[in-house]
Ligand binder design. Sequence first.
Ligand code: FES
Length: 106
Amino acid sequence: IRVTFTAPDGQATTIEAEDGQSVMQAAVAHDIDGIVGECGGAMMCATCHCYVDAAWTARTGGPSPDEAEMLEGAAAEVDDRSRLSCQIRLGPGLYGLVVHLPEEQM
Ligand code: FES
């Protein structure tokens, strides 16, 4: 599954993730700067905050209530494209997904 991460300075990195991985797992596996994933995907840290590209928000959907609550603890500004990347599961419907990285995670 191809995923592109865009850094705050506009630099884009495209990786090939495994089907079924979360966006956080894919980012960590490919050393993407800007996704930390401290809790390993347990929805306990908000260091995997990302902004889903506006063209993709309909397909990823929004955060669950628990996720939205955890997002309140994110270091960078949260907006209506904000998701915890550990809660976005990659599959064929998300081939080509683009997410934007926040300025900070801690
Ligand atoms: Fe901790 Fe996503 S990795 S909330």
